[in-house]
Ligand binder design. Structure first.
Ligand code: XMP
Length: 315
């Protein structure tokens, strides 16, 4: 485990060497990029500007949460609304790797545009060790392409700076705590967002279904943690599956989709264990998802697979 205070002073000095002009920060609202943003603010002050991209794939309430954090943090920031561009980039795409590549490319185009506006020649990212290790940096096969790794064209004007690239998640959380970031144990959320929690085609309607299901899983798990029913899991979410299935609504048979719920424990995201949840809690989650998405989702499954062999996210 690193010494967080020493890491902050070393990383700040390194950022001052790496960035002589201006930099934009790829800010997703998650712990990693928020930690990178606060380090950049410390090192560079007004020469750094955080860019929060609204991809259209964010969780319920996320834009407001991130906006209010940055307003009080002292970090200069902009919200770039690019949801039309992201939905367009994914039109007709169902292959998980192709989705990730296109999302990565769309992010880069947005960041290049924002860098031009701000006069920046550096892009600061919150990439951490598992992101690049699992994107093929150290293992032979690419497990999956994390959107914040690669994707930058060879001729890009933007040099990438990754102050957290040697850290694992538990170490980033220690640094986040050192910097006073609220709720450093908040669960991770993938950069490509709900697009990788919608298996199959990514349409606004299907993303909205996944958004509602994810919000229900978060609310029910967090309520169960607060009431002492379960210890806090590491990560918990819902995935919409492209499987047509039959349900009953009143006297009629209806056709809907399937949601899979995943709740895992982990330390560093490199391995994970599926959590055995109380049956009553699972039933409450299934009841709410099928009621609040009545006629759209008619079946809820629980994913009992560890990592390995499965990854944490489905795509
Ligand atoms: P996997 O699914 O690879 O996920 O076992 C490991 C952890 O990383 C998160 N994740 C991502 N984080 N960009 C990110 O910043 C990504 O593209 C990405 N994909 C997965 C995932 O939620 C889990 O916590």
């Amino acid at each position: 485990m690193i010494d967080p205070a020493k890491f902050v002073s070393d990383a700040t000095a390194q950022l001052q060497r790496d960035v002589t002009g201006k930099a934009i920060i790829a800010a997703s609202g998650g712990i990693d990029s928020t930690t990178a943003a606060l380090l950049a603010e410390k090192a560079l002050g007004e020469r750094a500007r955080a860019i929060f991209v609204d991809t259209g794939f964010l969780r319920a309430g996320e834009v407001d949460r991130v906006r209010s954090f940055f307003l009080t943090s002292g970090v200069e920031f902009d919200v770039a609304d690019a949801s039309d561009r992201f939905f367009e980039a994914l039109r007709g795409v169902t292959d998980p790797e192709e989705k990730r590549r296109r999302i990565g490319a769309a992010f880069i185009r947005v960041f290049e545009g924002e860098a031009d506006r701000f006069g920046a020649d550096r892009l600061i990212q919150g990439t951490i060790a598992p992101d690049w290790i699992e994107s093929g940096g150290a293992l032979r096969d690419t497990i999956k392409t994390h959107h914040n790794v690669g994707g930058l064209p060879a001729d890009s004007r933007l040099g990438v700076v990754e102050p957290l690239r040697d850290l694992y998640k538990d170490e980033v959380r220690a640094v986040a705590r050192q910097l006073g970031i609220p709720d450093p144990n908040r669960q991770p959320f993938p950069g490509p967002g709900l697009a990788v929690r919608v298996a199959g085609s990514v349409t606004p309607e299907r993303v909205q279904r996944a958004r509602v299901a994810n919000a229900i899983v978060e609310e029910e798990i967090e309520r169960a943690v607060t009431s002492g029913e379960i210890p806090a899991p590491w990560q918990y979410f819902a995935v919409l599956l492209p499987v047509p299935t039959v349900g009953v609504l009143g006297d009629n048979r209806v056709h809907g989709e399937v949601v899979s719920v995943r709740v895992i424990d982990s330390v560093d995201a490199m391995t994970a264990t599926a959590r055995a949840l109380p049956g009553a809690l699972l039933s409450r989650i299934a009841e709410r998802i099928t009621r609040e998405l009545s006629g759209q989702v008619v079946r809820v499954l629980y994913d009992v697979t560890d990592k390995p062999p499965a990854t944490i996210e489905w795509e």
